[in-house]
Design a protein around this ligand. Structure first.
Ligand SMILES: Cc1ncc(COP(=O)(O)O)c(C=O)c1O
Length: 371
């Protein structure tokens, strides 16, 4: 590995670039803001680690008041392995685990931590039950309910009920409840957003009622993301929410949902390497270090009069106007990702900065945990 890691005490301005930087105060504010809402409420927060992929951050999220204590949500088995090694005790999978090798890994993990698997098909149930039996354990299972995202999950109804019953009857598994992902629901008007989110979550709650009316207990009823947390998390019957993006917040959401209280906490610090034209600067960070946002949008620059025109593989091309034209070779420009997921996986470490000085350096241990 050739990644030079700056020691704590290094000045922000002296960081070698491109460098992935966390504004620690903003990250802590985001965690505190979301979790505070859940203190004194029945629902709890079980944070999703697939975005930040970092045990040091997960440790903060699972131990703060308002969290499921030592509880996290993971998308991938390999990600869950990293988080269990970092001290997580209760992992809820938010993606179906499929394939002999992965199911085997999940069972090995279930010997060391409380694992809650996710299913939406009898095939998932059969494979998990066989594997649980081979490992002499009883595995907790949630049924995923589709409430409007049109992705995974069964629509509420007879098929979902049949799956619930099949888990209930199988003594190798324990039916732990229901979960749904309503999606980001990027709706600018907070009132319209609330109405639409409530309508989706209600489908899950109705399904919960049906299951309970059939005499089956529902311990976990999970939904709610970083953009719907305060709506889903305040609805009676939701026992936990699983947000991820709130920790760093995406620049795309700053524009589309200005009422949300979160601050962007992640940026890539870059250096101007060329000023070959008056209205153009080039920085040392292209899409390899920045990642590409799913919608193709550009990151935001932290300087007046500076916009990112495009990213080549190693170069970022900036358009300059007004104040922006004073940029000189060697100046630093911080770029905030539009959607931070692809940015994170381009780096080995986070550098945490407070008051202009490096305070911590955290490995992104699950950065390549795609399996
Ligand atoms: C199933 C599930 N739960 C939770 C989340 C977290 O959503 P967000 O990052 O918007 O908080 C995601 C993100 O894609 C997801 O797929």
């Amino acid at each position: 590995m050739t990644d030079f890691v700056p020691p704590p005490g290094t000045a922000y301005e002296d960081l070698e670039t491109p460098r992935l930087v966390i504004d620690l105060a903003a990250m802590e504010y985001n965690i505190e803001t979301l979790h505070r809402f859940f203190r004194g409420r029945p629902a709890r927060v079980r944070s999703v680690t697939k975005g930040h992929k970092c045990p040091a951050i997960a440790q903060r999220q699972m131990t703060v008041d308002g969290a499921v204590p030592f509880g996290l949500c993971c998308a991938k088995v390999s990600e869950a392995e990293v988080m269990v090694a970092a001290g997580a005790r209760h992992i809820r999978m938010i993606e179906q685990v499929v394939g002999k090798a992965k199911v085997e890994r999940l069972m090995r993990l279930a010997r060391n931590a409380h694992i809650i698997a996710l299913v939406d098909d009898p095939r998932h149930v059969a494979d998990l039950a066989d594997a649980a039996q081979a490992h002499y354990l009883t595995l907790d299972v949630l049924v995923e309910v589709e409430i409007g995202l049109n992705r995974t999950g069964l629509v509420p109804g007879p098929e979902a009920m049949k799956l619930v019953r099949s888990i209930e009857k199988d003594n190798r598994l324990r039916f732990a409840g229901l979960s749904s992902h309503e999606g980001s629901m990027v709706i600018t008007d907070p009132e319209v957003r609330e109405e639409k989110v409530r309508a989706r979550i209600q489908r899950l709650l109705d399904c919960r009622e049906d299951v309970e009316r059939a005499g089956v207990g529902v311990e976990i009823c999970g939904a709610g993301s970083s953009t719907t947390w305060n709506i889903a998390g305040a609805m009676d019957g939701i026992t936990e929410i699983d947000p991820g993006t709130y920790v760093f917040w995406d620049h795309a959401f700053v524009e589309s949902m200005p009422d949300q209280p979160f601050r962007t906490a992640l940026k890539v610090l870059t250096t101007v390497i060329s000023r070959a034209a008056p209205d153009r600067a080039v920085v040392d960070c292209g899409y390899k270090a920045m990642g590409r946002a799913g919608d193709g949008g550009m990151p935001a620059a932290d300087r007046e009069g500076v916009t990112v025109n495009r990213l080549n593989s190693e170069h970022g091309i900036l358009d300059l106007e007004g104040e922006g034209r004073t940029l000189r070779i060697g100046d630093k420009v911080a770029l905030t990702p539009r959607a931070f997921g692809p940015t994170v996986v381009a780096h080995d470490h986070y550098v945490g900065v407070r008051n202009g000085v490096v305070e911590s350096v955290w490995p992104i241990s699950a950065r390549a945990s795609h399996q």
